[in-house]
Write a protein that binds this ligand. Structure first.
Ligand SMILES: Cc1cc2nc3c(=O)[nH]c(=O)nc-3n(C[C@H](O)[C@H](O)[C@H](O)COP(=O)(O)OP(=O)(O)OC[C@H]3O[C@@H](n4cnc5c(N)ncnc54)[C@H](O)[C@@H]3O)c2cc1C
Length: 400
């Protein structure tokens, strides 16, 4: 089966970049789509808590740079387009704002949308007082009052970050806090922070810019004069993105990172997956699992080790017709080892002999031949790099 890509990843955040790197390192042709920039939620964060381990802190930009560099080194192709639909099938097909593509497997790692309260006038006030990013917008509220809505660890961290800037921070917890005792202690010790439980925002005040929120608690309703509102509730997953894959009440997909969805070779990793823990450590583990599962799903039943001689003298194979000009063809099969020759008779002969010996040694069912479109493709650094990104091992014999 010929597909545009072996693996298409939807969303280049922590889970998506990790999954893409794992799949590409195994020699698969991987594209990662992101409708914005790579990094996902990391783009909005400065300091990372509990990463790489609980209690430890590291920098978001460093992790983002590392994930992007690893994906690039593994040969992942980035495409800055939005995936609007994943049509399940054999093979799965993706509708994107950059056209339609097919892939042997699809990894969905879209994360969650920004937190919204669903109140009248909220969208118009985004960027005018309403925010979901303390790291980016916090400095705009220096010495001003802000409210924070949420109940999890990251809400507590965002509130503490804002407490270093704002004059007062009122944390509105819809029910009871879910954050750890350590976070509770730090919030209690921060003198500019007040936490109200069973508190909900029922209306926004302000024309053009936010000037206050109406808060409902057990004691009734009152107006809180704030110029900033940071919301971490109402974040939604990509419900409806993949044909036939159900979602939970928050729109997160009911599908596994390690096992394909019932509709076919579609895996879901990171925050977009129903039941995911929603942390960077969990997104990394999920992404690794999904990448490995995609590799396993695309590996042929014989164990996955095949040999291909990539040599222009063998002519263009039927399944390779139409392959991109300039790039060596013959990568439509799962292959771990490429034997590359620049078609000079002595080099080809050498590789054929070596291929036959390896085939006998590993008891392989076949020794495949692939071809380049032009016999003049040289065995230069670019060609070898191209091969090295797609195969686990490349043996080169260049004759003259
Ligand atoms: C405020 C806040 C603070 C946090 N702080 C921490 C912390 O300190 N430590 C920690 O461990 N965790 C923290 N987390 C949790 C952590 O950030 C997430 O669990 C993690 O980023 C999830 O990674 P992901 O790859 O699943 O999704 P994301 O990082 O959200 O990436 C998803 C990507 O998919 C792209 N995308 C979405 N839809 C499409 C589409 N249709 N087509 C193409 N691209 C698409 C998006 O543009 C985005 O780049 C925090 C979360 C929040 C909200």
């Amino acid at each position: 089966m010929t597909t545009d890509w072996d693996v298409a990843v939807v969303g280049a955040g922590t889970a998506g970049l990790t999954a893409a790197t794992v799949a590409a390192r195994s020699g698969l042709r991987v594209v990662a789509y992101d409708r914005m920039a790579p990094g996902g939620q990391l783009v909005n964060l400065t300091v990372l808590h509990d990463f790489p381990q609980p209690g430890l802190v590291s920098g978001a930009s460093e992790l983002m740079a590392e994930l992007v560099a690893q994906a690039a080194a593994a040969g992942v192709t980035m495409n800055f387009a939005e995936v609007t639909r994943v049509h399940a099938g054999a093979p799965p097909r993706l509708s994107t704002t950059d056209g339609e593509v097919t892939a042997g497997a699809v990894l969905v790692a879209t994360g969650l949308s920004a937190g919204r309260l669903g109140l009248r006038g909220e969208e118009e006030l985004v960027g005018r007082g309403v925010s979901t990013c303390a790291g980016c917008d916090g400095p705009l509220f220096r010495d001003r009052s802000v409210a924070v809505v949420g109940d999890d660890e990251w809400t507590a961290d965002e509130a503490l970050e804002l407490a270093g800037l704002a004059s007062t921070v009122t944390v509105l917890v819809p029910g009871e806090p879910r954050w750890s005792a350590a976070r509770a202690e730090r919030l209690a010790a921060a003198d500019r922070v007040e936490v109200l439980t069973s508190a909900s925002v029922v209306a926004l005040r302000g024309s053009g810019v936010l000037s206050g929120v109406i808060v409902r608690t057990a004691g009734g309703e009152r107006e809180l004069a704030v110029s900033g509102l940071f919301s971490y509730v109402g974040r939604r997953g990509p419900a409806g993105l993949v044909d036939g894959v159900p979602a939970d009440a928050a729109g997160r997909l009911h599908a596994g990172s390690g096992a394909p969805a019932a509709v076919g070779p579609v895996f879901v990793a990171g925050d977009a997956r129903a039941g995911a823990e929603q942390s960077l450590a969990a997104a990394t583990a999920d992404g690794t699992r999904a990448g490995e599962a995609a590799v396993a799903a695309l590996r042929p039943a014989d164990g996955g080790l095949n040999l291909r001689i990539i040599d222009p003298t063998h002519g263009v194979l039927p399944e390779d017709e139409g392959a991109a000009a300039g790039a060596p063809a013959g990568t439509t099969d799962w292959t771990q080892v490429a034997l590359f020759s620049n078609s000079k008779p002595n080099a080809t002969e050498l590789l054929q002999g070596m291929g036959a010996k390896l085939r006998a040694h590993w008891d392989l069912p076949e020794l495949g031949f692939a071809s380049k479109e032009s016999a003049s493709v040289p065995a230069d650094g670019d060609t070898i790099d191209w091969l090295a990104q797609r195969y686990r091992m490349v043996l080169v014999a260049a004759g003259d």
